[in-house]
Design a protein around this ligand. Structure first.
Ligand code: ADP
Length: 436
């Protein structure tokens, strides 16, 4: 028991003793005791009333003055209230700081709830997505931003990769959107303005495209002269080897220039490939004939192709990607090896696979193979006569078609390049016959 309680007990005992003594001398002890206890109780009820009013109605920190145990009770309540106020104030300060810092951020932030309704957004999000506060808070974002790429992304629940799109509100404004799920079914949408980055990227692509274009004409002239010189018997006798080497190198430069032009075109084209049906069986037979005529690799290519399965896309792009994979397989597989091309339905779409039993690729190089001019081994690259741009082209073509490239390889045993196309890019022959 605390000192205050002992004191309170002492006061009560003194009151009761005084009542007893008074009753003893004057008479009616019971009445004196009753009156004393009634006064004591009334005092308690009065203080309870004051406490209730102070807690319930007084928002300030002024504490009513008191005596005895009630002074302690009021004091403790006062301390609790003070601590609570300080905590609240600190929280408000923190929230204010967070709000100010997010408001100052150049990137947009939108908090969405389980059903995709906007709960909060910062200034940048309002500016980039044309959202208004408070009118749009509580609205479904999918109803306010009806972009053909954004709505499926928002509803997909697969947010590993961000998406890039041209703003539906301002022409020429490029946005990068990523969603981060958190808490219980809440999502944070991050919006970045990537217009500057796009402009720089476009400038770089344009520069490469222009430089490649400018190199084309001198190369054609050089090749023409070289062909003429190689046909001249006297010159051939004297300069045969250097002329062959020069011819070989100009052919390589021509191939690099045309691959660079193809890459620039693929890079600058943001839109998806069209949904025109491509007869893959026919396309693959053409690629096989061309690959065999190169005179590299095995004497035959095994085809396992589902002729009823069509791909919806851009035929020239698909030809470029698939032929790159088949030509690579032939380049990096010895004569006694084998190359198999498969085109088949999968549980979620269809897959085009080129498997070879060639030299293979060490695992450390696989993640970087689709980078421009990436070489596994410089001498191997030079021998093969490749441009180093083939797989970069494959990657871009697949991106245009919503497909992904998977590479499995084991040095000395061979490689497998698989292009996985989503269901919406696949159709059956019967569908075209039906719609024709
Ligand atoms: P390249 O024109 O040099 O073939 P690619 O971009 O097509 O350029 O390929 C990049 C590198 O990947 C090649 O230099 C080669 O080392 C490796 N590569 C590609 N395909 C195969 C394959 N089927 N087997 C072994 N290595 C391969």
């Amino acid at each position: 028991m605390t000192r205050r309680w002992l004191q309170e007990m002492l006061y009560l005992s003194l009151l009761l003793i005084t009542a007893l003594v008074a009753g003893w001398f004057i008479g009616h002890v019971d009445r004196w005791l009753f009156i004393t206890i009634a006064i004591y109780l009334a005092w308690y009820i009065f203080n309870l009333y004051r406490l209730e009013r102070w807690l319930g109605h007084n928002r300030g920190l002024n504490i009513p003055r008191n005596i005895g145990i009630w002074d302690d009770i009021f004091n403790n309540c006062y301390q609790l209230r003070k601590r609570e106020r300080e905590r609240k104030w600190r929280l408000v300060q923190l929230l204010r700081e967070i709000r100010d810092s997010t408001a100052a951020m150049p990137d947009g932030m939108v908090i969405l709830d389980r059903v995709g309704e906007i709960r909060w957004l910062n200034e940048a999000a309002g500016r980039l997505l044309h959202l208004r506060v408070p009118q749009d808070v509580g609205q479904r974002l999918a109803n306010l931003m009806r972009h053909p790429d954004f709505v499926p992304y928002l509803n997909s629940n697969r947010y590993d990769e961000p998406i890039s799109l041209v703003s539906p509100f301002s022409r020429g404004l490029y946005l990068n959107l990523s969603i981060v799920p958190y808490g219980s079914d809440q999502r944070l949408l991050l919006v970045r303005d990537t217009t500057r980055l796009h402009r720089l990227e476009a400038m770089r692509s344009e520069f490469v495209a222009n430089a490649s274009h400018e190199l084309r004409s001198p190369l054609t002239v050089m090749r023409g002269y070289l062909d003429a010189m190689r046909e001249d018997g006297r010159l051939r006798q004297m300069w045969g080897k250097p002329l062959d080497e020069m011819h070989h190198q100009t052919a390589r430069m021509t191939a690099i220039v045309s691959d660079l032009l193809e890459l620039s075109r693929l890079e600058t084209e943001l839109r998806q490939a069209p949904y025109a049906p491509i007869d893959i069986a026919k396309l693959v037979r053409g690629i096989r004939d061309e690959a065999l005529s190169l005179g590299q690799g095995p004497a035959s290519i095994l085809l396992k192709v589902d002729s009823d399965l069509f791909l919806l896309g851009a035929e020239h792009e698909i030809y470029s990607a698939f032929s790159n994979l088949v030509f690579n397989a032939m380049k990096y597989t010895p004569v006694e090896g084998s190359v198999t091309v498969t085109w088949a339905r999968e549980s979620e779409g269809a897959c085009f696979t080129v498997a070879d039993t060639g030299i293979g690729i060490p695992a450390t190089h696989i993640p970087r193979l689709t980078e421009r001019f990436y070489r596994v081994d410089k001498s191997r690259h030079r021998d093969s006569g490749g441009t180093g741009l083939g797989l970069a082209i494959v990657k871009h073509v697949l991106q245009h078609h919503g497909a992904i490239l998977a590479i499995d390889s084991e040095p000395g045993h061979g490689s497998r390049f698989s292009c996985r196309f989503p269901q919406e890019r696949v159709s059956r022959t019967a569908d075209h016959v039906g719609t024709a």
